[in-house]
Design a protein around this ligand. Structure first.
Ligand code: SF4
Ligand code: SF4
Length: 340
């Protein structure tokens, strides 16, 4: 397993890290067990966020007493210094620690800089001066903002979506980060659950100087990622074929399932309904065809085109039309007109 150095933070960790968003959905004792098992299996870098409800608390419980054996990254979505400090103090309390290794501005709409009037970058610097955070990072979903962040030279790490669906521009961003001495943390390595071949995902990542944080919530998923410490998948012609086929099917305007567009004005579960066509074909379909999901999909007809979701989607997707397309496909599948 390759070791990644996260740019000038100097943090060194195996290229196989834990994304702690999904453990929000796992009962506490089980989440703690998964986190400890990940650490015992070789993972040393764990990424969480203030916005992931009780994820930080679960990390705090899992690593109490062995805090110095792991790197913990967290994030704040605050847009004001006062809220930033509240978030940071809550993070430290939840994690049962006096410092976070990496603190990141979460899903930013702009590149915060000293003197920009927000006071946020100054707050981050002060937190670092006080030793409450060791390194300053940032996460973004829009490529233009990510490029601006790299050019700014203000951040030690960038977290950005990166998977084998990456565009040439995304790959250039990885290279620019490396040249700027910034660590690159790859989120959404499975593209929000659309990619289901872990070997292909890992083999792709290992070609780049990036740290993937795999979102993990099940034992079986963890077993798969931990198995790569024993035997790392190599890029083969067969895996290249998988990647090319998926790229052919998925590139373009597809929903990553991130949920940033929520809540919908009329209660549509956008982050599942806007990618139902893919999910139904790429994971066992029975669950998606249940009565409960049929009801959820039918809500799409209630869309009032208010546009609230579009403003919040980091990928600027045309959500109402995407939803409509998914509903038409779903109905055709239910009528047996389309084979899956
Ligand atoms: S445009 Fe439609 S899908 Fe989006 S928030 Fe409004 S009602 Fe919901
Ligand atoms: S529509 Fe956009 S914001 Fe909403 S889940 Fe999909 S990618 Fe995320």
């Amino acid at each position: 397993m390759r070791t990644i150095t996260l740019g000038r933070t100097g943090i060194q960790t195996p290229q196989n890290a834990f994304g702690a968003l999904p453990i929000q959905r796992v009962e506490r004792a089980e989440a703690v067990r998964l986190l400890r098992r990940a650490h015992e299996g070789g993972m040393t870098f764990f990424d969480t966020a203030r916005a992931y409800t009780d994820s930080e608390e679960k990390l705090g419980e899992a690593f109490a007493g062995i805090r110095d054996q792991v790197y913990i990254a967290s994030k704040s979505m605050s847009e004001m210094p006062e809220k930033f400090w509240n978030d940071l103090h809550t993070t430290l309390r939840n994690l049962r620690t006096d410092h976070v290794d990496l603190y990141q501005f979460h899903c930013v709409k702009q590149c915060y800089a000293p003197g920009d009037g927000t006071g946020l970058y100054e707050a981050m610097q002060e937190a670092k001066r006080q030793g409450k955070i060791l390194h300053i990072g940032i996460t973004a979903h829009k490529i233009g903002i990510a490029e601006e962040i790299v050019q700014s030279g203000l951040y030690e790490t960038l977290q950005f979506p990166f998977s084998y669906l990456a565009t040439d521009r995304d790959i250039a961003l990885v290279q620019a980060c490396a040249e700027a001495g910034m660590g690159f943390i790859a989120m959404k390595g499975l593209s929000g659950g659309l990619l289901n071949n872990a070997d292909a995902c890992m083999a792709f990542m290992s070609q780049y100087p990036v740290l993937p944080i795999w979102g993990i919530q099940r034992d079986s998923e963890l077993t798969e990622w931990l198995s790569f410490f024993e035997k790392e998948p190599q890029m083969t012609d067969a895996l290249r074929e998988v990647i090319e086929r998926d790229r052919g099917e998925l590139l373009g305007n597809f929903c990553r399932g991130c949920g940033y567009c929520s809540p919908c004005t009329v209660g549509i579960v956008i982050n599942q309904c806007a990618r139902m066509s893919q999910m139904i074909r790429r994971s066992p379909s029975a669950g998606w065809l249940s009565e409960a999901w049929q009801k959820e999909m039918e809500k799409i007809d209630r869309c009032v085109q208010c546009g609230a979701c579009i403003k919040r989607c980091p990928y600027e997707l045309p959500i109402p039309s995407l939803l409509k397309k998914n509903l038409e496909d779903y109905r055709a599948i239910l009528r047996g007109e389309v084979q899956i």
